[in-house]
Design a protein around this ligand. Structure first.
Ligand code: ZN
Length: 233
């Protein structure tokens, strides 16, 4: 079942390696099949090298495995809570890519210091609060998703399609798995650029709101004009 989607989710996971966002088995990508309400996600603990489309795991909305010989990624419950909280999201990527994770470990949102950031994220990439001892000791992965959902009330994922979880790493979103990976790559790159910017100028201020608005809005929304027609990436 969902053979084409399994192939797509496999490719998206392998792209994390291609773009240098993961090592070993770190990281995962999933996509929600809207027609069936099923989710395809990377298996838990399987090496990227030699990973096949048939290794992908299909689960239902409650996390029950519908098809697959492996257990799903241990982050599945986080993904499910994100899908439930934001109906516009169709694909999710999770990484511990170094620069994004460094901001997460610092408990800091990534300020928008320039146009590269503004092209993809309309404002700072937020950092969630840390999980409590009770949340960490209970349903940890589900609580991580709920903490992310809490943050969506302040920053809409449609406008800022990435978020940092304090002391942890980054989650990125998109209409599908491919777009979620694209945004994960952009998140890591702007995290790196922001780090370098603050290194060169510790007193630097975020870019002006009018510049952020200009760059975001020329690529997104009704009046977008960047790129070829129908392709604003
Ligand atoms: Zn993680």
């Amino acid at each position: 079942m969902l053979e084409a989607l399994k192939e797509k989710v496999l490719r998206a996971n392998l792209d994390l390696v291609k773009y240098g966002l993961v090592i070993f088995t770190w990281g995962n990508v999933s996509e929600l099949d809207r027609a069936s309400g099923l989710i395809v996600i990377k298996p838990s603990g399987v090496e990227y090298d030699g990973m096949k489309a048939s290794d992908m795991v299909v689960t239902d909305w409650n996390g029950n495995v519908v098809e697959g010989k492996y257990k799903p990624s241990s982050d599945l419950l986080t993904h499910l809570e994100i899908y439930k909280a934001a109906p516009g999201i169709g694909g999710i990527t999770h990484t511990h890519s170094a620069y994004a994770a460094a901001w997460a470990q610092s408990g800091r949102a990534i300020p928008c210091y320039g146009t590269t950031h503004a092209d993809y994220f309309h404002g700072a990439i937020p950092c969630t609060r840390g999980l409590t001892a009770k949340e960490t000791g209970g349903e940890y992965e589900r609580s991580t998703g709920l903490v992310i959902a809490e943050s969506f009330k302040k920053t809409a994922p449609a406008e800022v399609p990435a978020i940092l979880v304090e002391n942890h790493g980054a989650f990125s979103f998109g209409a599908d798995a491919r777009e979620a990976v694209h945004n994960a790559v952009c998140c890591e790159q702007v995290a790196k650029m922001a780090y370098l910017t603050e290194s060169l100028n510790p007193g630097v201020k975020p870019a002006a709101q009018f510049l952020m608005d200009k760059h975001y809005c020329r690529k997104h929304g009704a009046n977008a004009y960047y790129g070829q027609s129908g392709n604003h990436k």
